[in-house]
Design a protein around this ligand. Structure first.
Ligand code: ADP
Ligand code: MG
Length: 250
């Protein structure tokens, strides 16, 4: 589903991604761990076209998302193709990023109607189903500010699902939440995992990683230092940097 090869990215002289290779199969969950500044968000943003890579390539569901250097030529997608591909990838941010002036229902209905030209009635029906799925059927008419952080994040997940994405990306979805609200959001993500949704989740929640990850990826300094099943990377890490990181977050 996701195939990332030799991806490099710099901001000025700062090398943020230094040759990333990663494969995620359909229905798999990859959990990405790593210290702050290791390039995790940049990697997710590159997959979703929010950031251009300098070299290497990324493909999602068989179609090219990233950029390919062929000889001296840098092959880039046109803006229209990018927008089309972006609708196939759901992105959930740390800070929810809901539209504050729209109700919960309108937040979810907006993208299918505007990006996919889905008939409004149909989009509303689908949104109601999604709200029930994240346990918020009674909040359709509320505004984001009237919800807790955990509820807002569940709306953000429903909004991402409304485009029926082939891939879901989560960037520290529970980092902005009070501790008592973390569980309700992780439960929704776990449900999605059990239903076979392909996901890449950046998180520091090790228990969650152990429970749902097919692959745990540990990044440091723009590189993947170690990757493998949770039982290997979390319980028997081979690299010193992985061990040092885990001893701090566990
Ligand atoms: P992580 O998500 O692992 O904390 P990021 O991918 O956000 O790491 O950032 C990796 C490095 O790239 C950091 O040093 C960060 O300051 C830098 N960086 C990220 N985005 C930009 C940007 N748009 N311009 C300049 N530097 C950036
Ligand atoms: Mg980040």
């Amino acid at each position: 589903m996701v195939d990332i090869r030799s991806v490099h990215k710099s901001f000025g002289s700062l090398q943020v991604l230094r040759g990333i290779d990663l494969e995620v199969r359909s229905g798999e969950v990859a959990v990405v761990l790593g210290p702050s500044g290791s390039g995790k968000s940049t990697l997710l943003r590159a997959i979703n076209h929010l950031e251009k890579v300098d070299s290497g390539w990324i493909s999602v569901a068989g179609s090219l998302v990233g950029y390919r250097r062929q000889g001296d030529r840098l092959y880039e997608l046109r803006e229209r193709e990018i927008l089309k591909q972006r609708t196939r990838i759901g992105f959930v941010f740390q800070n929810f990023n809901l539209f504050p002036h729209l109700t919960v229902l309108e937040n979810i209905v907006e993208a299918p109607v505007s990006a996919l030209r889905c008939p409004r009635k149909e989009a509303v029906r689908a949104a109601e189903t999604l709200l029930a799925r994240v346990g918020l059927a009674d909040k359709a008419a509320a505004y984001p500010r009237q919800l807790s952080g955990g509820q807002q994040q569940r709306v953000a997940i429903a909004r991402a699902l409304a485009l029926e994405p082939e891939l879901l990306l989560f960037d520290e979805p529970t980092s902005a939440l009070d501790p008592e609200l973390v569980g309700e959001v992780l439960d929704v993500i776990k449900d999605l995992a059990h239903q076979g949704t392909t996901m890449i989740v950046v998180t520091h929640e090790i228990g969650f990683a152990r429970e749902v990850a097919d692959t745990v990826v540990f990044m440091d300094g723009g590189r993947i230092v170690e990757q493998g099943p949770p039982a290997e990377v979390l319980d028997a890490p081979r690299h010193e940097r992985t061990k040092a990181f885990l001893s701090k977050v566990l």
